[in-house]
Write a protein that binds this ligand. Structure first.
Ligand SMILES: Cc1cc2nc3c(=O)[nH]c(=O)nc-3n(C[C@H](O)[C@H](O)[C@H](O)COP(=O)(O)OP(=O)(O)OC[C@H]3O[C@@H](n4cnc5c(N)ncnc54)[C@H](O)[C@@H]3O)c2cc1C
Length: 510
């Protein structure tokens, strides 16, 4: 039931059409730009079988064992176990990897919560989402996310430009729907399936649209072409770029050139209400795993900055301590949001346990919007030497190496090789092409910052502050009739609001 790494590797040898750097890829698992991540994903599968990690990575149900990351969450313990399993992966891989399945599977649970909406459209769709959630647990595929289309001119609706700028249905057949368009998808070239759904776009006011379509896409389907950005692995030696070479998660523009999606994989179709619902609730669960990645990234920044301050004797300077403390405050802010999101978790409309939405979404804004300034502080603490230090080859050179050993050996404890390694690690974490890419990933991969703030607006419990100010300022009862966020009024917002449980502000009122 839980696949092995080898089974996963064989599953992506399905004749898929993948291009990278002007080359058609013959074998994805062994291609140097994909191999590092394929190997990590395979190792995650193997960790579920490894006696040292199997208990952390799996759970038992009816005599079978399944992956912890894919389990439907019903209890707080489920969430703590998910968090521990993800941490175990980072420890094993010695770095952060994001799009490896557990971070995207929760998007399907959001649709599971919307079964009322799906049932209004067509009860077959509600059956399909239940079956796919079960299928993921039983068959253990590598699941990713597809939302963002190229979009074209954002000021025009898709009907007024090349219609393929947004993915849409071109034909219905007895076997299923035929779709055309394209999506940006991280990890798709080496994953099995993608939950494919509409992006944030101008839906207009029509109840039905060919663009309102959501489905599970088998990434080996005929008509799919994946055109990848060039990877970072192999561009420069691993000694100099240890993260670029091991953790680059390659993104692709996935082209749908008239791809048949069987009816059993269609999760909604034509009803803009279903599309609006999934856009409003998409990251209800998956934001947890996404933000957990930033927590580990913060640990990497703190470790690199503190080791550097220790090596160079700067740790005792109060001004340096203050900057380290700022990194710690950032880190603990993320930790507090993640922890509180589970401590104050809420029952979802579908009967699952969802992280406290206000804690989760405000935590995501805290983690993402402060990432750039925190990287800047960590870069400052590491000093200018992270960008002027020669590469490993120069350190091994018989002539140049002598000088580098002299100037990079700080004392008996900190010899030149360790200093070089730390500076190379910090450069790749904070300064390299890969570092910039990761920063942009965190900014956009779960939709752009304005959408993160939109999620906060929809989920913060505004009534609490309003009630208190009403009392403290002695306002008349008349003012309470005005609904917060009234301008957001729409059928779907009303539906969402009516299903939303009361959100406790703190444990005392819980
Ligand atoms: C490294 C990386 C990996 C990614 N991986 C995936 C993936 O796996 N799956 C996937 O589906 N997508 C993925 N994406 C795409 C990502 O979801 C999009 O980049 C993101 O949703 C923004 O869309 P866009 O790039 O088209 O920007 P645009 O829609 O062009 O927006 C650009 C900017 O315009 C402004 N803006 C636009 N619309 C509004 C508005 N309504 N209100 C206020 N401001 C607005 C904002 O400042 C916004 O940031 C990835 C992106 C990156 C960078």
């Amino acid at each position: 039931m839980i696949r092995t790494g080898e089974q996963y590797i064989e599953s992506i040898r399905d004749g898929r059409e993948v291009y990278v750097n002007g080359e058609k890829v013959k074998d994805v698992p062994s291609h140097p730009m994909f191999k590092p991540l394929v190997d990590i994903r395979a190792r995650i599968y193997d960790m579920a079988h490894d006696p040292a990690t199997a208990d952390l990575m799996t759970y038992e149900d009816n005599g079978g064992r399944f992956a912890m990351g894919l389990k439907l969450p019903y209890t707080q313990e489920d969430w703590w176990k998910k968090r521990r399993a993800t941490d175990a992966v980072f420890e094993d891989a010695r770095g952060v990897i994001t799009r490896v399945g557990d971070e995207t599977v929760g998007e399907m649970w959001s649709l599971f919560d919307g079964q009322d909406v799906l049932n209004e459209v067509d009860s077959q769709f509600s059956e399909n989402i239940k079956r796919h959630i079960e299928k993921v647990i039983v068959e253990d595929p590598f699941h990713v996310s597809a939302n963002t289309d190229p979009k074209g001119d954002r000021s025009k609706p898709p009907q007024e430009q090349d219609p393929d700028f947004l993915l849409h249905v071109v034909k219905e057949t007895d076997a299923g729907i035929v779709v055309r368009g394209a999506k940006y998808e991280t990890a798709a070239p080496y994953a099995n399936q993608a939950f494919t759904k509409p992006t944030i776009a101008n839906w207009g006011s029509d109840a039905l649209s060919d663009y309102a379509v959501g489905f599970i896409c088998d990434l080996g389907s005929a008509g799919i072409k994946m055109i990848c950005r060039t990877g970072f692995a192999g561009r420069a030696p691993i000694e100099d770029y240890p993260l670029s070479n091991r953790f680059d998660e390659v993104d692709a523009l996935v082209i749908f050139d008239n791809v048949l999606i069987p009816w059993e994989n269609v999760l909604f179709y034509r009803h803009t209400r279903a599309a609006t619902f999934i856009r409003a609730t998409l990251h209800r669960y998956s934001a947890y795993a996404f933000v957990q990645r930033i927590l580990k990234f913060a640990d990497m920044m703190i470790g690199a900055a503190l080791f550097n301050a220790r090596q160079t004797g700067l740790e005792k300077q109060p001004a340096v301590q203050e900057k380290l403390a700022q990194l710690a405050v950032y880190r603990e802010g993320i930790n507090a949001h993640l922890t509180a999101a589970i401590a104050l978790a809420e029952k979802s409309p579908g009967g699952l346990l969802m992280p406290n939405q206000s804690q989760l979404y405000t935590g995501r804004v805290h983690a993402c919007s402060n990432l750039a300034p925190m990287m800047h502080i960590a870069r400052e603490l590491c000093g200018g030497q992270i960008c002027v230090t020669p590469d490993a080859a120069a350190f091994s050179d018989p002539e140049a190496g002598k000088w580098l050993k002299k100037y990079y050996t700080i004392n008996e404890q900190w010899v030149s090789d360790d200093r070089r390694k730390l500076l190379a690690f910090a450069r790749d974490l904070l300064n390299s092409d890969y570092a910039g890419h990761r920063l942009t990933f965190q900014l956009f991969a779960q939709s752009p910052p304005f959408a993160h703030l939109g999620a906060v607006f929809r989920n913060f419990y505004w009534d609490g502050p309003l009630r208190f100010v009403h009392k403290a300022a002695g306002l008349s009862d008349q003012v309470l009739s005005e609904k917060p966020g009234g301008d957001q009024d729409s059928t779907i917002t009303n539906w969402f609001a009516s299903n939303q449980p009361m959100m406790p502000h703190d444990l005392t009122s819980a």
